[in-house]
Ligand binder design. Structure first.
Ligand code: KG4
Ligand code: ZN
Length: 351
């Protein structure tokens, strides 16, 4: 199904994403043959949350209200676009932090209503998996989406319609990175810090357990506990202090083994030849390398979006909006945000 771009020819979209702690705005051009990212602004709030060691929802909402207007202005300026050039607005409506989402949604509604434009609500997970479209992937493809809140293995059947085949039974992969980083004494946001530290380490230094739940589900909470016990058992040892990079690399490897092995096994089993990845964890340098190698070894075509399209950003909202029906002016005014992903089989909410 083609949305904004399909019937209308060329459209210029203002896209907004505020589901967590990144205030993002982008201008994306949808044409019949391709979607072009004209600008993408991400105002990270990390410095405001670092003191708390994690995202504080109330702080995130307040910062979005301060940062969103300048982010939108910068996205328009970078794209060389004015308000009159816009044809539609697209915005993430969930899942995520409800207060944070509402800031982006209220702004998107206000802009769209004032300009008499249609508005496209976009699911955050659909945004993450649409990032691969920037590389020209064609559906159907297997997509591993791993972020701070979700770990999903899915088949993208067409556009941004997906069928979930595996999900985490406990912590999300990003949570495993963040909790591991915290145990290793790394600053927030932990995933990227752990990635950097691990780069200098030996991934075979500690044989952390590989939990392999049945089918294509994932599990990371046992691994986190194994790291906790390992560090407790070796506390104060000089050797251990010197090998922190290797402990980080071993922990990271256990997460990545699970993600990569299940993804390629599923693709092979289903006979799907295209594999993509998305979400903040897909920014991980080791995961990018290992997934690419594993796919190439098996003759699978792999799509690893640029880091800026993996971590939260508004350009992916535009990439997804291409495939979604916009709501006509002014029928989106009662549209609500949602914190949790709808249960399997339940429709995504529309007003
Ligand atoms: O998609 P995202 O930006 O926000 C959510 O939707 O949650 O993902 C954030 C997650 C965090 O857990 C963060 O630590 C992780 O992605 N992350 C990484 C890296 N960069 C971000 N994890 C591992 N290595 C990285 N380089
Ligand atoms: Zn995300």
């Amino acid at each position: 199904m083609e949305g904004v771009g399909g019937g209308l020819g060329l459209s210029l979209l203002l896209c907004i994403e505020t589901s967590c702690d990144d205030t993002s705005a982008a201008v994306v051009e949808i044409a019949a043959e391709a979607t072009t990212i004209r600008s993408s602004i991400v105002s990270s709030q990390h410095e405001f949350h670092a003191a708390f060691g994690g995202v504080v929802p109330e702080v995130a909402s307040r910062r979005h209200t301060e940062l969103l207007v300048p982010a939108v202005a910068a996205a328009l300026a970078d794209a060389g676009a004015g308000w009159d050039d816009l044809d539609a607005v697209a915005v993430t409506t969930g899942p995520g932090l409800i207060g944070a989402l509402l800031v982006g949604l209220a702004a998107a509604k206000a802009i769209a209503y004032a300009r008499r434009l249609p508005l496209t609500p976009v699911d955050h997970l659909q945004g993450h998996l649409a990032a691969a479209y920037a590389l020209g992937v064609e559906a159907p493809f297997v997509c591993l989406t791993a972020s701070g809140g979700h770990t999903l293995l899915a088949v993208v059947e067409h556009g941004v319609e997906f069928r979930v085949v595996g999900r985490t039974l406990d912590d999300a992969a990003g949570e495993a990175f963040d909790k591991g980083a915290r145990l290793l004494g790394l600053p927030y946001p932990g995933g990227r810090e752990l990635d950097l530290l691990a780069a200098a380490g030996d991934p075979a230094f500690v044989a952390f357990p590989r939990s392999l739940p049945r089918g294509f589900d994932f599990s990371f909470s046992g691994l986190k506990t194994a790291l906790l016990y390992y560090l407790r058992d070796h506390e104060g040892e000089v050797e251990i202090e010197a090998r922190r990079a290797s402990i980080a690399a071993s922990y990271q490897e256990a997460i990545i083994d699970q993600l990569v092995s299940k993804t390629v096994r599923f693709a092979e089993q289903e006979g799907l030849r295209r594999v993509a990845v998305g979400g903040g964890v897909a920014a991980n340098s080791r995961l990018r390398r290992r997934l690419t190698d594993a796919c190439e070894q098996r003759g699978l075509e792999v799509f690893v979006p640029p880091v800026a399209l993996c971590t939260d950003n508004a350009a992916m909202v535009g990439l997804a909006a291409r495939y979604l029906e916009p709501l006509a002016w002014p029928h989106y005014l009662s549209l609500d945000a949602y914190a949790a992903e709808p249960a399997l089989g339940e429709p995504r909410r529309r007003p």
